[in-house]
Design a protein around this ligand. Sequence first.
Ligand SMILES: [Mg+2]
Length: 227
Amino acid sequence: MARFDAVLFDAGGVLVLPDPLVLGPLLARYGGSTDLEIHRRAHYSAMKAKSDANSPEGSWQSYDDEYVDRVGVDVVDRAEASFVLGRTRTAWLWRWMIPETRAALDVLAAGGVPLGVVSNASGQIETVLMREVCQVGRGDHVEMRCIVDSDVVGVAKPDPAIFDHALPFFAEFDRARIVYVGDSVTMDIVAASTAGLHPILLDPYDDHAGADFERIRSVGDLADELT
Ligand SMILES: [Mg+2]
């Protein structure tokens, strides 16, 4: 028997990333690389820096500083580049679909695994995701039972109450058998554990080796296990 009955996903860092096709040229002015892989890697390193600093959801200074370092911005330009990154990376820029995740979502959906999204967002995430990733119910992309946006429901991670807006769509399952996949220790792992779900950190670069929670390298790992 499978370990889990259903999977909920964080959006930022799991389904989509801050668009490297915009941020690459933006930071190239300061000596940053435009290489996609370097930007992808920078995101996860920056998320770890944000968690390590115990930054609240609305504070992205640690993230921005680490991100510009990781893409190779010149030291002398670090502060300006970090400021410009913070001003440019709006909610709507979290839009670059992670291709491996999309492929894994297709496998999970084809295997009949019930899926949903719970995101700290700004009222935009359902619209962004429906272009290439997923929608509620049937449509052009992956079918989700729900897409919860913190701005719409009025509660955000790490408050576990945000899951109350998703769990009614999965009422036939025991909470402990529902996975929540996220990329933030302080937001996702904490909120999902407190809510009684099974948290898993998406940690593609093994940045959190030795952590006392479950980690996967790719959503494909979960698709392999559950289908
Ligand atoms: Mg995230």
